[in-house]
Design a protein around this ligand. Structure first.
Ligand code: ADP
Ligand code: MG
Length: 257
């Protein structure tokens, strides 16, 4: 079953043409990953699909009654605010203790309900965001760079968790990632975006497409080089991250290395 059909969509942000002539379809239960450099229109595309932005041209069709769970790219939480995970999950809609516990269990974050959001590790924080997006049992989960602030093993764990969520809930997943090499095994399809759809297909096809390689500047061993680069430079662990300061600075652009 088709959940979303984007046809010939063009979107301007201010005077900038953020997206041109984009086609994209998402079917029930599939995991589609969008990759692309900074400013390539990834967040714009997601925000059009959730209905927060209107396209200037083209159409977006959504299946009747479809529910969407959305995790935005940036979520600033005031570190001085004593907000527990349970309360966070109860915003803006009040949830029962059982609902909170079920949602946390669904993302492998059991027992975090009484922990302050500001004290969670990067991986725990992202899991709580994921849990919140799952509260209304969405048919489509939209995640804008869900592994922001995580190191490579942390990212790989989160993608595995997302796949697990897909399996247990049947929700389709549309997500943005900079880390094609990490997300490959967890994606059914990849769309490489640069203001327009550069290339798309299975992860293997996109990773080897000249368009993708040109955009990300990866040579023959590009993905591997990127992986090694990260390993050389990320000696911290998941729990070292302080998400209260993520803001705009947590945006890792692996593509520019
Ligand atoms: P990505 O998520 O791929 O990094 P975005 O979708 O956030 O890219 O942005 C696409 C382009 O639109 C960028 O060039 C960005 O600067 C521009 N843009 C985004 N939001 C606005 C805005 N509110 N006003 C003007 N330009 C914007
Ligand atoms: Mg973005």
């Amino acid at each position: 079953m088709r959940l979303v059909t984007v046809s010939k969509m063009s979107v301007k942000r201010g005077s900038h043409q953020a997206l041109s002539n984009v086609d994209l379809a998402i079917d029930k239960g599939e995991i589609v990953t969008i990759v692309g450099p900074n400013g390539s229109g990834k967040s714009t595309l997601l925000r059009c699909i959730i209905g927060a932005l209107k396209p200037d041209q083209g159409t977006i069709l959504r299946a009747a009654g479809m529910r969407i769970g959305y995790v935005p790219q940036r979520l600033a939480i005031d570190a001085t605010m004593p907000l527990t995970a349970a309360r966070f999950l109860s915003l803006p809609t009040k949830r029962s203790k059982a609902q909170v516990e079920e949602a946390l269990a669904q993302v492998g974050a059991e027992g975090l309900q009484n922990r302050p959001m500001a004290g969670l590790s990067g991986g725990q924080f992202q899991r709580v965001l994921l849990a919140r997006a799952l509260m209304d049992k969405p048919d489509l989960l939209i995640l804008d760079e869900p592994t922001t602030g995580l190191d490579q093993p942390g990212s790989a764990d989160l993608y595995t968790q997302i796949e697990q969520v897909r399996r247990s809930t049947g929700a389709a997943v549309l997500m943005v990632s900079h880390e094609l090499h990490v997300v490959m095994s967890a994606s059914d399809r990849v769309v490489c975006l640069n203001g327009h759809v550069c290339c798309h297909g299975t992860p293997e096809i996109v990773a080897s497409a000249p368009e993708y390689r040109a955009l990300f500047g990866t040579g023959t061993h590009g993905a591997l080089a990127l992986y090694r680069h990260e390993h050389d430079h990320h000696h911290h662990h998941d729990h070292d991250h302080d998400h209260s300061h993520d803001g705009d600075h947590a945006h890792h652009d692996h593509g520019s290395h």
